[in-house]
Design a protein around this ligand. Structure first.
Ligand SMILES: C[S@@+](CC[C@H](N)C(=O)[O-])C[C@H]1O[C@@H](n2cnc3c(N)ncnc32)[C@H](O)[C@@H]1O
Ligand SMILES: [Zn+2]
Length: 272
């Protein structure tokens, strides 16, 4: 098994045993019952509960577990299998509850290793409960607890981007896969709620230090069949907190919804 995580206190490699991770300087990090390890140093913890709060995490878990986004899960898994070298190490940076991570780690050959990092403890805990093959840690994408040039494929699915950290941990010419919503993703949900809906802004694909290789589109019109699922989906979106009482009322009246989902899977390769 590849040892990859670094000690957040001294930066030495952490060696995993059944119940904990320990470095040569004897800094210990217990595994939670579910199996994840908290490597977020107190210095970098700027909020009591950083990242998505438990309510957002559970809403997303409940929505995703109904497989409304299965088409994206499958398309992403296919892309990872295409670009992952044999016996490689994959890192899902900002992995949430591991909906995509688990599918991919199940599909990869045994010789590959998977790591998932999220700043939310609730997310790492739910991910680790459901997936015993991936090693999950609480940590930040802005200061990954991973050494230089250790990762063969890094993915970032609707999670914060940190180019300097991603380039630092990726091996030379390794792949980076980023998933973003397309301009018209969830358009019918927006038109049902807002007087003046806006498209998502899809920015320029160029990223410093990476060569852009390929774009894969994953689109599907889905029927969301219960008000609870509609609420959970809305909670997952960035606009959940920018909605007035009047707009929220419209949302609460929706019993079911046909909505277009549209994602872009962007493949990059580290330049050197
Ligand atoms: C929109 S969710 C996507 C989660 C997952 N990739 C998915 O698609 O199901 C964004 C995730 O990024 C996490 N996050 C936010 N800031 C972070 C940071 N600085 N480092 C690591 N994760 C972070 C949140 O806790 C949340 O789980
Ligand atoms: Zn240490």
């Amino acid at each position: 098994m590849h040892e990859i995580f670094l000690c957040p206190v001294c930066g030495e490699l952490l060696i995993e045993s059944e119940k904990l991770y320990c470095c040569v300087k004897n800094h210990n990090f217990d595994k939670a019952r579910s199996g994840y390890v908290n490597l977020l140093s107190v210095r970098r913890k700027h909020a009591k509960l950083p990242g998505d709060n438990p309510e957002m995490v559970r809403a997303r878990r409940d929505f995703l577990n109904h497989d409304y986004y299965q088409h994206l899960q499958e398309a992403l898994c296919k892309a990872v299998l295409k670009y992952m070298p044999s016996a490689g190490v994959l890192l899902d940076a900002g992995c949430g509850e591991g909906y995509y991570t688990k599918k991919i780690s199940d599909a990869l050959p045994e010789e590959c290793s998977c790591l998932g990092i999220d700043i939310s403890k609730t997310a790492a805990d739910l991910a680790a409960r459901a997936d015993k093959k991936t090693r999950y840690a609480v940590g930040s994408v802005f200061h990954l607890p991973v050494g230089e040039q250790k990762i063969d494929l890094l993915m970032s699915v609707f999670a914060p981007y940190c180019g300097s950290e991603f380039l630092r941990v990726l091996k030379s010419q390794a792949f980076f896969i980023m998933v973003i919503p397309s301009a018209r993703h969830l358009w019918e949900l927006k038109t049902a709620v807002y007087d003046k809906p806006y498209e998502n802004q899809v920015r320029d694909y160029a990223l410093d230090g990476f060569a852009f290789k390929e774009k894969i589109i994953s689109e599907k019109e889905i029927l969301i069949s219960s008000p609870e699922d509609i609420q959970n989906l809305f909670q997952m979106t960035p606009y959940a907190y920018r909605t007035s009482a009047h707009e929220r009322e419209r949302l609460e009246k929706l019993q079911s919804l046909h909505v277009r989902t549209a994602f872009e899977i962007l493949i990059y390769q580290k330049e050197a």
